[in-house]
Design a protein around this ligand. Structure first.
Ligand code: TPP
Ligand code: MG
Length: 397
């Protein structure tokens, strides 16, 4: 629409006064980042030391027996191998993007193993080992990242929501789900076959989001059965955790009025013991818990990132010496035949080959399917857009 503005219709805007110069402090560089917390005092609850020896913690006992320890080991080796394969697939142009989990296998497998059938998981976007440990087929985790689907797996079948890229939004979904469980009477009934809880994963960077902090308030106020599991992998892309928090993240729970526990996130036994306790606390009606898994991302943020630009090599070396898989291997090596480790490796290689085959067999969907499932019922606007799009595509034939 053309608007003709005659003289006098719009008052002449008075000249703006010149903006005062910025005070020096506003443009000064931020203060230096304090050094990272030092081991061992800050490692959190630990039941297995980096050298493979067992340690005790007065609050938590090891809950995993020998068979479960072997299962943890197999699951972590499998996750690392599939992660490597997916990274290679992305480098070869077969995936749009990959989000590596290397280094976080214990934090994910140990916590996922504490989940019971009536619990529900809300992941962020890096929790592939959680999904795989819970039985989500490997290929279903990569569908989204191959760009052939808007989602991943059947959330109802696996009691696990799909990934969310919007940082911390899943914490609100988790609290809403947990509040629903309270209303359904499936929390604190005392019946283990009836009660459930929610396990929601978020990163150290996501802890700074408003959504996460709102979720903490709601969960505390309504006694929602939610275990917030923060994988503090020391980095939010290139921003170190110590830039985002001057205190241990687990301590933030104090201010919201629920328990917070820091755990050695590279210790699968500690992750399993603490998450088991936290989920039981939530299922029993005790309300939320925050777990901070102190771990490290031994890979770039995604395949689009170059972590060598900001992760100091010395820091990486320190965390390599705390590798979550190696420490469990050292523990198991005392009474497991060497051949068993080879079998685990071969099984993981086979699974990686299967993943590659499944990935290459995933054909792109018909473009018009992007209009499907936006709403339960198609709106008139959507129908018009779909019809226009179909006619446009057909005009090329
Ligand atoms: C609301 C929102 N803001 C910014 C981003 C961009 N972003 C994607 S990942 C990321 C860093 C997240 O770090 P962290 O929470 O520590 O998780 P990590 O990637 O280390 O697992 C950022 C800033 C986003 N996805 N969503
Ligand atoms: Mg992080």
């Amino acid at each position: 629409m053309n608007v003709v503005r005659g003289p006098g219709l719009i008052a002449e805007r008075p000249a703006r006064p010149a903006r005062p110069p910025e005070p020096a402090a506003a443009v000064a560089a931020p203060p230096a980042v304090p050094p990272p917390p030092q081991e061992p005092a800050d490692s959190g609850v630990r039941l297995l030391a980096p050298d493979g020896t067992r340690v005790t913690d007065p609050r938590f006992a090891v809950l995993a027996d020998h068979d479960l320890c072997r299962e943890f080991y197999s699951s972590m080796v499998l996750a690392r191998r599939l992660d490597e394969e997916a990274t290679a697939l992305q480098r070869q142009g077969e995936l749009v993007l990959w989000i590596p989990l290397r280094g976080q296998e214990a934090a994910q497998v140990g916590s996922a193993a504490a989940v019971r059938p009536r619990d529900f998981i809300f992941p962020s976007y890096r929790e592939h080992a959680v999904a795989w440990h819970r039985g989500v087929p490997a290929a279903e985790v990569i569908r989204l990242l191959r760009g052939v689907s808007h989602d991943g797996w059947d959330t109802a079948e696996h009691n696990m929501a799909n990934y969310t890229i919007v940082l911390a939004s899943q914490t609100l979904h988790a609290v809403g789900y947990g509040m629903g469980m309270v209303l359904d009477g499936t929390v604190g009934s005392g019946d283990p076959d009836r009660d459930g809880a929610v396990l929601v994963y978020l990163g150290d960077g996501a802890m700074s989001q408003g959504d996460a902090n709102e979720a903490f308030v709601w969960a505390a106020s309504f006694g929602a059965p939610v275990v917030f599991l923060c994988q503090n992998n020391q980095w939010a892309i290139s921003t170190p955790t110590r830039r985002q928090s001057t205190m241990q993240l687990a301590r933030r729970a104090d201010g919201f009025g629920f328990p917070g526990v820091r755990v050695d996130g590279n210790d699968v036994l500690a992750m399993h013991a603490v998450t088991t306790w936290a989920l039981e606390h939530a299922r029993g009606g005790g309300g939320p818990v925050l777990i901070e898994a102190n771990t490290y991302r031994m890979a770039p943020h995604t395949t689009s990132d170059d972590a060598t630009r900001y992760q100091p090599a010395e820091e990486l070396a320190v965390w390599r010496a705390r590798d979550p898989i190696e420490r469990l291997r050292l523990l198991l090596a005392a009474d497991v035949a060497a051949g068993w480790f080879d079998e685990v490796r071969e099984h993981a290689d086979d699974a990686a080959a299967d993943l590659r085959r499944a990935c290459l067999a995933m054909d792109p969907p018909a473009p018009v399917t992007m209009f499907d499932n936006v709403y339960a019922d198609e709106t008139a606007d959507q129908r018009a857009q779909r019809e226009w799009f179909t006619a446009y595509r057909d005009s090329f034939l």
